[in-house]
Ligand binder design. Structure first.
Ligand code: SAH
Length: 354
């Protein structure tokens, strides 16, 4: 390793490799396994807390390489209990992480990038394009922070800022740390990755082979409208993307979810419902209709409830399985990227006490 290459952060390594990281520092390997247990099972977010590591080693690591480097600079809580954290990273970039209560327990919603290159017409995350990818450690830190704040959780969705399909190596590595028995031992089937399906992404997930759930952001029944609403996939047809999702189903055995943001007068008409039904008939998917969460900078409107219900009914009449989502956290900058936009130029707040 050259002098200019920084030593890897512990959280950037697979938990299986933590013992070797300790050995490189002259410490016994079993301490790496203990540290992984502290972090992933017992919720430690600092070396300090790992009371069965020697005090000298803890102090040295705390000084040389803090376990967590993000700072929480804003927190907002919706009436329904959804908590959104804005985490500032050491280079000044910031990302959102959300914990949402629900009937099936708490769900964590994690970000994969700072900003987003897909630039969906209705999404706040991509308004300024992509700033950078998040590392494996930076994705994991979001989960560790939210657990610290809110306690245990039952589901993880990669549905925060960013397009996971544009940063798949780091996203799948982070999920590996969460799924691995030496890591959090979190069940793959409780994890959902949401993507617009960029070239190669669904195949890579299939090759990776863990049975996570796929949520495919579709938003339109035909290529012309989809390319307008989701400019980042202009080179791809909906049919080829859905075929790839079908192949991923064949690999994982998990039916996928088709996500469709309902925009009044844009993609919520009767004919569009019929065209969507025709695209999806015979595929192993469930449709999740998401009424648009208003972003002030955009001109879109959320359809009235009767129109949402009419669209839902038409898909059901066509024999499809559909959920019309009730919107969580409307009051508190709930749509992706909104808290970050509001907070951008405010000064940072002190880090959470560990
Ligand atoms: N980049 C991933 C994850 C995005 S967030 C993806 O596109 O799938 C998860 C879902 O929320 C996506 O389907 C996204 O299109 C949707 N979304 C983004 N902005 C929204 C808004 N203002 N209102 C409702 N849904 C929105």
């Amino acid at each position: 390793m050259s002098d200019s290459t920084p030593a890897p952060r512990l959280l950037d390594l697979h938990p299986r490799d933590w013992p070797a990281w300790f050995e490189q520092r002259g410490a016994p390997g079993f301490q790496g396994r203990n540290a992984a247990r502290w972090v992933f099972r017992r919720g430690a977010t600092s070396w300090e807390e790992m009371t069965d590591l020697p005090a000298g080693l803890r102090a040295q690591l705390e000084a040389e390489q803090p376990l967590i480097t993000a700072v929480c600079e804003a927190r907002s809580e919706a009436e329904d209990g959804a908590v959104k954290l804005l985490l500032r990273l050491p280079d000044g970039a910031s990302v959102e992480a959300v914990g949402m209560p629900g009937t099936m327990g708490r769900t964590l919603c994690l970000s994969s990038q700072v900003g987003c290159a897909v630039r969906c017409a209705f999404c706040a995350s991509g308004m300024e394009g992509v700033e950078r990818n998040l590392s494996r450690a930076e994705i994991l830190e979001q989960a560790l922070y939210l657990r610290r704040e809110q306690g245990e959780f039952q589901r993880i969705v990669m549905m925060g800022m960013g397009e996971p399909g544009h940063n798949l190596d780091a996203v799948l590595a982070a999920l590996d740390s969460l799924i691995d028995p030496e890591g959090m031992d979190f069940a793959a089937r409780r994890i959902t990755l949401s993507t617009v399906g960029p070239k190669g992404a669904l195949e890579q997930i299939a090759r990776w082979g863990k049975s996570i759930n796929l949520a495919l952001s579709v938003h339109a029944p035909d290529d012309t409208l989809r390319h307008e609403l989701v400019p980042g996939v202009r080179k791809r047809s909906l049919a080829e993307t859905l075929d790839e999702a079908d192949r991923l189903f064949a690999a994982t055995g998990r039916e996928y979810t088709v996500e469709y943001v309902l925009l009044a007068g844009v993609n919520d008409g009767n004919e569009q419902a019929s065209a969507l039904a025709a695209q999806l008939r015979g595929r192993r998917c469930h449709i999740n209709l998401i009424p648009y969460n208003p972003v002030p900078e955009f001109g879109f409107q959320r359809p009235e409830l009767p129109d949402q219900e009419a669209f839902t009914a038409r898909l059901r009449q066509a024999g499809l399985s559909v959920t019309l989502r009730r919107s969580l956290g409307r009051q508190t900058d709930a749509a992706c990227g909104q808290l970050r936009r509001r907070q951008r130029n405010s000064p940072p707040r002190p880090r959470f006490s560990a």
